[in-house]
Design a protein around this ligand. Structure first.
Ligand code: AMP
Length: 391
């Protein structure tokens, strides 16, 4: 189905053409007409399905017909992470490039002054993380009195990250009366069901992929290897396969720092990517990785959802995640928008239990690859930093 069949105006269509969107994805085909009608919606869709455009396009189309002189904020999108918020804004800014529609990103880790300036000029759409939004609300620098549509993006993640109380506070700050609420979630847990019964009115429910299913387009393999041999195995695989843009996941921030340092010492261009890094540093790192100036990004789960790189070929789980859902989110960074991808997981004996959890959730076994022959100490393992002893 083409986007023109979905009732979008020529100025949006032109922007989509420039982004080489030729056909609407399944979630877009289903969600756009429902949202355009004004219904509440629960959309169960995995990451990489094109869900941002699915909610953004009909909401932008609705704004086109409104009086543009008075820039009141009628759309609020809540995102669990700064990266995701920034990516949503990036997409919306592109879709509205031929329209006088303004969108603001409101998230922490960056100066509030610029956000206040943007808000004071008037914006139609706000994309925010809960904490910073509440901050602005508390200071009276944001006006939500004209919100007509609320989008809860990656609602499951919002709950996982403990934002539920903040979401309730934000809900209470919204005008009473008729409001359209759209809830997007990769998984559909009981908690999400509770949330939807509280906030949504007779929603239409659409599910694009089976719950917790990983995309078939992603070729998944596991390699059994001890923790001490992992750096050398990674280095071996990068060289043997000539891997160019690799997203590697570690369990801890410290682990990400260490591995990135080891890789840099071995001559690779690597950067750690986790929540201890400032927003600005994360943004810069992500840009360099997208431009392939950095070959290996070593990330932790907390920021994983914000990484949207359409051609990312490969994800390596250097450590398996403790929560099986995070496996789905991690490997969903590749194989986006219908492309193929590869996900390789290193499983040490200690992490065998996490593999069991993942396979139980996926209801299938992940194929095992034999360990290749590789020499130890291609990468010199750095001595572990001594913990400071409190006096
Ligand atoms: P999302 O699920 O919104 O994070 O989108 C995943 C990726 O798919 C993003 O890089 C989008 O720019 C891209 N995308 C979304 N819709 C389409 C489409 N109809 N055709 C091609 N790419 C798309």
């Amino acid at each position: 189905m083409n986007f023109s069949e979905l009732g979008l105006c020529s100025r949006i269509l032109r922007a989509l053409e420039e982004k080489s969107y030729t056909t609407a994805s399944p979630i877009q085909q289903k969600a756009i007409p429902i949202i355009a009608q004004g219904s509440d919606l629960i959309a169960c869709a995995q990451t990489g399905t094109g869900k941002t455009a699915a909610f953004a396009l009909p909401l932008i189309e609705r704004l086109v017909g409104k009086n543009e002189e008075w820039r009141k904020t009628s759309v609020l999108v809540l995102s669990p992470t700064r990266e995701l918020a920034s990516q949503i804004v990036e997409n919306i800014t592109h879709y509205t490039k031929y329209l006088p529609i303004r969108c603001a990103a409101i998230y922490g880790g960056v100066s509030k002054r610029q956000q206040i300036q943007a808000l004071s000029k008037g914006v139609h759409i706000i994309v925010a993380t809960p904490g910073r939004l509440l901050d602005h609300l508390g200071q009276g620098t944001i006006d939500l009195q004209h919100i007509e549509t609320l989008v809860l993006d990656e609602a499951d993640r919002m709950l996982d990250m403990g934002f539920i109380k903040d979401v309730y506070k934000i809900m209470r700050a919204l005008p009473r009366g008729k409001r359209q609420t759209l809830l997007f979630s990769a998984t559909f847990s009981n908690q999400i069901k509770d949330l939807s019964t509280k906030f949504l009115k007779t929603p239409v429910v659409i599910c694009i992929n089976q719950e917790n299913a990983t995309a078939d387009r992603i070729e998944q393999t596991i390699l059994h290897v001890s923790n001490t041999r992992k750096p050398d195995l990674l280095s071996h695989l990068i060289q043997e396969n000539n891997w160019k843009q690799v997203l590697v996941f570690t369990r801890t921030k410290r682990g990400a720092n260490r591995l990135s340092e080891e890789l840099n010492n071995a001559g690779y261009q690597s950067r750690p990517f986790h929540s201890n890094k400032s927003q600005e540093a994360r943004q810069k790192t992500l840009e360099s990785f997208k431009k392939q100036e950095v070959d290996i990004l070593v990330a932790t789960d907390i920021v994983s959802r914000g990484i949207d790189i359409s051609d990312l070929p490969l994800v390596v789980n250097y450590d398996l995640p403790e929560l099986p859902e995070n496996y789905v989110h991690r490997i969903g960074r590749t194989g986006r928008a219908g492309r193929t991808g590869q996900a390789v997981s290193f499983v040490s004996p200690e992490q065998q239990k996490y593999l069991k959890l993942i396979e139980t959730m996926l209801k299938k076994e992940i194929p095992e690859e034999p360990l290749p022959n590789f020499k130890l100490s291609r990468i010199k393992s750095l001595p572990k930093k001594k913990k400071k002893i409190k006096s």
